[in-house]
Each structure stands twice: as structure tokens, then as C-alpha cells.
Design a protein around this ligand. Structure first.
Ligand code: COA
Length: 712
């Protein structure tokens, strides 16, 4: 008998319990255990009905994702679920916590389903580049109808127990906290009803009459127009992702056929998806985002307790960080330089919180408590004396930051953490402005800070391990994904961005238009192209960075002079209504500006360049080669500890398409030798910019890939 599934019969009800921590994934031993327990139920003279339940915090989290891409181990899940459905005695699924993917498919194979009031039920496979492959695309429409099934399967979002009850996915919502007890009670009711003749099944005397198979139900097809509408909506939203469109085909198929043919078709499509690079990319992303916070150096290091957070600077960034902290239960003291800017900061935070209220992220009472009791705005640093963590979010200038830090050093209590939100500057140098550099760390939030999920934890030379552990614990409480970075100009993300943006600028110098580049990258799957991003951030930011780095400029650097000219023309991007794009009347969607070409041409002429044409493919190849080459340098310098850290930064902070898994995963998929050969070709025209990273060359020479460096 399997170690992970147990069978116990009491008073004619057999309890089949899955115990596979941490999340009851349907690994081989669970599948086998379920199969054997159903056999036992069938042959057990003492049992009339079975109840499947899970231990721990949730029912079943789905197929065991770590088995994907490997040789399948029998029994396979569709067979196990068919076996449950074909069981000659009734089976109930008693769901608590969550039933996801294969977990919900198991429940749909059972004859009855109940869930506790807080449960979430869903088929999230599209988020892993897959679709349900164990009957979900055939059984869900039979239970809830085509529209609801398509909504759940193509979006991958779970529904609440109440919604599941309403749609017919489950039979009841148990208010009882103990779903096992509720499942057993449901079983006894069914048996009693069948016996007493009060139920619809009165005429039957044995429990076999209670068997009610989802597969026996029929599905009403969508009409052609509705199906075409679904397809065109998904084509628009999928942006290159294939899973949801395949899921649409499989679900639509359920209406035209019997269950056996439907399941075979589902299997055929599922197996095809399993072989796609998109599946590999999304599953890499799934595990990377979980491994990213498991840093060997902070294992077992207890984080400091944080209750009150002080924030210095109430601009967009400071106010966003304050909002995020308040939404996560912290008290905040925000310091601005005078009463009027402090009042503005409070207004921005209130606006952010109102937005959160509208989106259902907090209720009116909590909003009121936050504003009355947990948010203080002030102008005097003395108000920071009780803060456990102080986050500086002032103007991006070393001089200003150092001055702020020496003042913080004077007022912060012993043991307080002093953090800077700088996005480029040397955190070691900032730390030296204090008498306690071991208490200084970088917390690089991304704008808008109450929305963006990424937090770069910038570990300075003397930052203590306890600080790092606290920063990761803080990120978790804020609902953010933290990535450890070392100190360098721009840390992991902005440093790599600056390099691939330079590659894009070179292509513009040589003849590509910024619009063509943005389009190529959006078609590749990025949320936005680099020039639309620049407009969003503000072209003054790029200008300030170029000014800051002017002294270090190399004579061989190719300079994007047009970008300075745009700045001098007051074309600052979205905020001034005009940057690379035009934003008429405050619109956030840019329109192409015919005047841009002339501005860029002036720079080309000054540099004596005859423009040439670029294909979409060449644009993407050069952009990716620059991104990956710089990523490799970030790794070899130890700024990022593992390739997966870089993947997570680009996925969470820079709009990298999730289904491509991140730049390091993409590099492995492309083949590092191909990539190195491309870089060497580009180096023939510009050996200064296109220097292959030694790490990349070494990996190619030793036949390894980036993923080999992800292993512990
Ligand atoms: N298969 C294998 N491992 C899984 C898993 C699955 N289906 N679901 C979660 N895990 C692992 C995680 O990798 C993590 O492992 P680790 O501790 O070694 O890092 C552990 O279980 C806990 O998961 P985590 O995501 O950290 O816990 P959580 O409480 O935040 O979230 C879930 C739990 C179930 C909501 C979340 O893990 C999830 O969404 N899982 C995937 C569900 C899914 O897509 N199912 C369909 C599969 S086709």
C-alpha cells in the first residue's frame, strides 16, 4: 500500500486520505495509492461509500510539476480518475483549502463534491503552458456549461466555493471547518436518504444507486459565433502563448463527442503542449520564483521584528512604498521637507489606498484605521526615532543620499535598519555616511511600488546576514518577490537594462526606428518595448543617468545624441505628452510621431552613418544577445548568485514574457554556442560593445548551460 494514501473504514464509510506534504501533489505514489484505495473500496464488504480527502493545508495542489518533462510513471492520472469515476460504489471528494489542476480533476471524477467555505477551486494549467490533461476539459463543461468552463480553463483563475456551488461544480459548501467530518456527514446523509426512500434515489436499495458519473452528463455546444468570439478574444490576449487557444479547442470538442473520444483528444493536445518550449519556460519560471528566496546564507537566520517603518521622501516612490507597507499591516512615519509636500504625500497615499479599496484589497474600516492610526506624516527626522526600518526614497544623488543617511544615523534607534531605495547608486558609499554600515542595505522597489512585485535586496559589503534575512521576510509580508543583488551600477535589473537598451540605441543609430524596435520586442512577447518604457519612466531619468556617467564614457562608446535632444526639447515622455511617442490629451497609449525620424537623422548624419534596414528577427537577436551577455557578466561578478535570480528580476520587473522563462532560460533554449557565435559576429563591426562574457565562453567550452549553475 502506498505511503501517501491511506484507507480506513468506519461504520460503512471508507475514508481515503492523501498525505503528501507540503501540498498533496499527485506524484506517482499518490496516483498509485488512489488507484489501490478505490480497488479496496470496491472489494470491502464493510464499505458502502468512499470519501477522498487531503491532510494539511489543502486538498490537492495538482499534478506533481517536478515530474513534467520526465518519462511518465504509471499509473497515469487520467486512468486513476477514470477508475474513481467508474467505481461501483459512490465516492465523495471533500475539498478543503484548494483543489487545483489535477486536484480538481480528481474531484470531478468523484460522484459528489463538497468544499469548505474558504476553498478555492481552479484549473491553472495554462499558467504552466499546459491545459488540463486528466479530464478537466471534458468534465468541467459537463458540470458547469461551456461558458463557465472556458472562463475557468482559459484564464486559469480559481473560483471560490460559493461560485463553484452556484455554477454546479460542487454540490455543497460546508460551513464546518473540518471538511473531513463534513464529507463523512454528507456520505451518511446520502446513504440514509437512499435507504429511507426520501431522496430521488428512493427506489434503489443499494449504495450503487448513488453513483453519479460526470461523464454521463451531456454538454451543450457553443454556437459558431460565440466560439469565434472566444477564439478572437484569446488570440488577442494570448500574445504568442499557445496553451489557452489549445484549451479552447479541447473544451469545445467536449460538446461534439462521447467522453472516451473527448478524453483521447484532450490527451493528444495535452501531450503536444507538454513538448513545447513554452511549457518548459513557464515551469522554469514557477520553480525559479520559489527558489529565489531560498538563499543558502540566510537559512536558519531569524529576521528582526519590524513594526514601524519610516520613509524619507514622499514622491511617487516613497508614497508607493508607504502604501505597500500600510496595506501589509505596518505602521508608517513618512518624512517630507515641509508641511505642504508632506500633505501632498499623504494625499498620494490616500489615493493609492482608495484604489486598493476599489479593487477589494482592503475594506472601509481598515482604510479608516490606517489613515487615523497607522500613517503619520511629519517634517522632523526626530519622528523616526522609534522606526525599526527606515527606507530612504529621496532624489537620486549621492550627495543628497549621504546627507540623509548621516541624519538617519543620528536619530535612528540602535538596531534599526537603514535602507536606501536607490536604483543605481553605490550602497557601500552610502553606508559609509553612517557610523553603522552593517545596518545599511539597499531595498530597490519598482514603480509603482504598491503594485510591482519585484524587490531587489542590495547587499552591501558590510550588510549583516540578519539584515538580508529581514529584507526577505519583509518582502514576503509585502507580497513581493525578493531577489538578492550585489552592489554595482544599476544592480541586477537596471544594469542589464542599460546594456540591452544600448544595443537598441545602436540599432537606431544604424537605421532602425524606435517604433520598429518596440514592435519587434512586443511581438516577441515583452510587455513593452524599450522606447515606450523610456517614455513611461520619463526621458529626464535617462538624461540624468547619461550625465552622471559622462565622465566615465569611453571614446569608443556610440552615443545616442538624439536622446539628449529630446530631453532639451522638453519631450520628457508620457508626463509631458510627448517623448518618443505622442500622448495626446493625457492618453497613455503612444502614437508614432513623424518628427522623431528627423531628430534621429541629425545624430546619424553627425556620426557619418548611412542608415541600413533591420528585420524583426535581427532586432530581437541583437537585443537578446546583449541582454544575455550582460547577464552572464552580472553572474561572473557575483552580483547575481544564480541564473534564476536574473530570470526572476527580468520576469517580475522588466516585462520579460513569462512563457519564455527569463533570459537565462531563453539562452539555454537557444543554445549557448549559437549565442556566442552571434556575439562574435557582431563583434566584427563593434568589438568594444560586443565583448563575449568570459563565463559565457567558459560554459560553451565546457559544454554546460546556465541552468547547471542553478543547482545548489
Ligand atoms: N507539484 C510539485 N510541487 C509543488 C506543486 C505541484 N503541483 N505545487 C507546489 N509545489 C511545491 C512548491 O514548489 C514548493 O516547494 P518548495 O517548498 O520546495 O519550494 C512547495 O510545494 C510549497 O509551494 P508554495 O507555492 O511555496 O506554497 P504556497 O502555499 O504559497 O502555494 C499553491 C501553494 C498550491 C497555491 C501553489 O504552490 C501553486 O499554485 N502550485 C501549483 C498549482 C498548479 O499549477 N497545479 C496544476 C499543476 S498542472
Amino acid at each position: 500500500m502506498s505511503r501517501t494514501v491511506s484507507y480506513e473504514c468506519n461504520d460503512r464509510v471508507a475514508l481515503i486520505t492523501i498525505n503528501n506534504p507540503p501540498v498533496n501533489a499527485l506524484s506517482q505514489s499518490v496516483r498509485q495509492g488512489l488507484q489501490e484505495c478505490i480497488d479496496q473500496l470496491i472489494s470491502d464488504d464493510q464499505a458502502d461509500i468512499g470519501v477522498i480527502c487531503g491532510t494539511g493545508r489543502l486538498f490537492i495542489s495538482g499534478a506533481d510539476i517536478s515530474e513534467f518533462g520526465k518519462a511518465p510513471l504509471p499509473p497515469n492520472l487520467p486512468d486513476v480518475i477514470n477508475h474513481i469515476e467508474q467505481c461501483s460504489k459512490p465516492v465523495i471528494a471533500a475539498i478543503h483549502g484548494m483543489a487545483l489542476g489535477g486536484g480538481l480533476e480528481v474531484a470531478m471524477g468523484a460522484h459528489y463534491r463538497l468544499a469548505d467555505a474558504g476553498a478555492r477551486l481552479g484549473l491553472p494549467e495554462v499558467k504552466l503552458g499546459l491545459m488540463p490533461g486528466a479530464g478537466g476539459t471534458q468534465r468541467l463543461p459537463r458540470l458547469v456549461g461551456m461558458e463557465t468552463a472556458l472562463n475557468m480553463i482559459t484564464r486559469g483563475q480559481p473560483v471560490s466555493a460559493a461560485e463553484a456551488r452556484q455554477s454546479g461544480l460542487i454540490d455543497r459548501v460546508s460551513s464546518d471547518q473540518d471538511s473531513v467530518a463534513a464529507g463523512i456527514a454528507f456520505a451518511r446523509e446520502l446513504l440514509a436518504d437512499a435507504k429511507s426512500g426520501t431522496a430521488e434515489l428512493a427506489e434503489h436499495s443499494t449504495s450503487a444507486a448513488l453513483v453519479r458519473r460526470t461523464s454521463d452528463r451531456s454538454v451543450t455546444a457553443l454556437d459558431d459565433q460565440a466560439l469565434a468570439d472566444w477564439r478572437s478574444r484569446l488570440q488577442q490576449s494570448a500574445r504568442g502563448e499557445v496553451a489557452a487557444l489549445n484549451a479552447l479547442d479541447a473544451v469545445a470538442f467536449s460538446a461534439n463527442t462521447d467522453i472516451t473520444t473527448g478524453l483521447a483528444e484532450e490527451r493528444r493536445i495535452f501531450v503536444q503542449l507538454m513538448d513545447t518550449p513554452q511549457r518548459a519556460g513557464m515551469i522554469h519560471a514557477f520553480f525559479a520564483e520559489r527558489k529565489v528566496s531560498k538563499l543558502p546564507d540566510i537559512q536558519g537566520v531569524a529576521p528582526k521584528e519590524i513594526r514601524q517603518i519610516g520613509i524619507i521622501g514622499g514622491g511617487t516612490m516613497g508614497a508607493g512604498i508607504a502604501t505597500s507597507a500600510l496595506l501589509s499591516g505596518y505602521s508608517v512615519v513618512l518624512i517630507e521637507r515641509d508641511e505642504s509636500t508632506a500633505a501632498n504625500a499623504r494625499q498620494t497615499i490616500e489615493r493609492n489606498l482608495q484604489g486598493a479599496l476599489k479593487r477589494g484589497k482592503l475594506d472601509v474600516n481598515t482604510l479608516q484605521t490606517i489613515l487615523e492610526e497607522r500613517l503619520e506624516t511629519a517634517t522632523d527626522y526626530q519622528h523616526l526615532a522609534q522606526a525599526d526600518l527606515l527606507i530612504e526614497a529621496v532624489f537620486e544623488s549621492m550627495e543628497v543620499k549621504r546627507s540623509v543617511f548621516s541624519q538617519l544615523d543620528a536619530v535612528a534607534k540602535p538596531g534599526a535598519i537603514l535602507a536606501t531605495n536607490t536604483s543605481y547608486l553605490d550602497v557601500d558609499e552610502i553606508a559609509q555616511a553612517t557610523s553603522r554600515p552593517e545596518a545599511v542595505i539597499g531595498l530597490h522597489f519598482f514603480s509603482p511600488a504598491h503594485v510591482m512585485k519585484l524587490l531587489e535586496v542590495v547587499v552591501a559589503r558590510q550588510s549583516s546576514v540578519e539584515l538580508v534575512s529581514t529584507a526577505f521576510a519583509l518582502a514576503k509580508k509585502l507580497g513581493k518577490t525578493a531577489v538578492r543583488s550585489g552592489v554595482c551600477d544599476g544592480f541586477i535589473g537596471n544594469r542589464i537594462l542599460s546594456h540591452y537598451r544600448t544595443a537598441a540605441d545602436h540599432m537606431v543609430l544604424d537605421g532602425a526606428s524606435p517604433y520598429q524596435i518596440d514592435k519587434a520586442l512586443v511581438d516577441y512577447g515583452f510587455a513593452m518595448g524599450p522606447y515606450a518604457v523610456a517614455d513611461l519612466a520619463g526621458l529626464d531619468i535617462g538624461y540624468a543617468t547619461r550625465q552622471r556617467k559622462a565622465a566615465d564614457r569611453h571614446p569608443m562608446d556610440r552615443y545616442p545624441g538624439w536622446a539628449d535632444e529630446l530631453y532639451h526639447l522638453g519631450r520628457l515622455g508620457q508626463k509631458s505628452g510627448r517623448g518618443y511617442y505622442l500622448y495626446p490629451e493625457g492618453s497613455r497609449r503612444g502614437e508614432e510621431d513623424p518628427e522623431l525620424a528627423g531628430i534621429i537623422d541629425k545624430t546619424r548624419q553627425a556620426a557619418g552613418i548611412t542608415p541600413r534596414s533591420f528585420t524583426q528577427q535581427e532586432i530581437v537577436e541583437r537585443y537578446m544577445a546583449a541582454m544575455i551577455n550582460e547577464s552572464a557578466r552580472v553572474l561572473e561578478e557575483g552580483i547575481a548568485q544564480r541564473p534564476l535570480d536574473i530570470d526572476v528580476v527580468l520576469l517580475y520587473g522588466y516585462g520579460f514574457p513569462r512563457w519564455r522563462g527569463g533570459p537565462m532560460h531563453t539562452a539555454d533554449a537557444m543554445g549557448l554556442d549559437t549565442l556566442l557565435a552571434a556575439i562574435n559576429t557582431y563583434a566584427q563591426e563593434d568589438a568594444h560593445f560586443w565583448k563575449p562574457s568570459p563565463l559565457l565562453s567558459e560554459l560553451v567550452a565546457s559544454g554546460r548551460n546556465f541552468n547547471s549553475l542553478n543547482q545548489p
